[in-house]
Design a binder for this molecule. Sequence first.
Ligand SMILES: Nc1ncnc2c1ncn2[C@@H]1O[C@H](COP(=O)(O)OP(=O)(O)O)[C@@H](O)[C@H]1O
Ligand SMILES: [Mg+2]
Length: 244
Amino acid sequence: MKISIKNLSKSFDGKVVLNNLNVEVENFHSLAIIGPSGGGKSTLLRIIAGLQNPDQGEIYINDNKIIYDEKLLKEYRKTIGVVFQSYNLFPHLTAFENIVLPLVEVHKIKKAEAENITSTLLNRFQLSEHAYKKPLELSGGQQQRVAVARALATNSKFLLFDEPTSALDPELTSEVLDMIKELENQDKDLLLVTHEMGFARQSCDYVLFMYNGQVIEQGKSEELFNNPKTPELKNFLNKVLEWR
Ligand SMILES: Nc1ncnc2c1ncn2[C@@H]1O[C@H](COP(=O)(O)OP(=O)(O)O)[C@@H](O)[C@H]1O
Ligand SMILES: [Mg+2]
């Protein structure tokens, strides 16, 4: 896929969070966004997801401009899947209902068909035995896998993840990353904000390093990790890799 971001800016209460960001990446299936917290990663992802409006600037996904008009955004959001760090699932619904409900309510798919899609997905990701459990009866890793399955249910080709494993224990992290890896192998396009440097390095094609509201370094994963150029990225990698 291809993404172009032009002169993108966003402030909250006078505080600049995205500072005239410019980036263009093409021919990738998986793009990792890394960087210290507070750098604007989540804000950028939410703007790409059409969940927040920029103050200024433009974003093109495969040469299609995202138009920040509420009616068009509603349609646009239906074409992508989004998974956040936590609080993804409706707590009062079972895993099964969590997937069926948006298909019926948002995507206007008939209930029987939605249930079919849901069973197939839960089966595919070895989640069938948990279908009738509510989120609190599932481990964090299982909850996130249900959330990923839900993001996939509509067959969107383009998926956004914001630190999907940062609330999880290490062994649960790997089961979610395994699932994300499997999506990549199936030709889905992914944009992933992550602190999992091993995953960004081994599984993502391309990496953006965000710092203070700008992308200050970018490159193919291996190159970027093997040969960081800016002092900011060197410092960041030293810190996050120190105890590994
Ligand atoms: N809705 C909001 N209202 C006010 N400030 C916000 C809002 N969203 C993000 N921010 C601020 O923007 C900055 C960048 O946040 P964020 O995009 O979450 O960065 P990151 O994901 O890289 O940690 C932070 O200082 C954060 O407090
Ligand atoms: Mg964030």
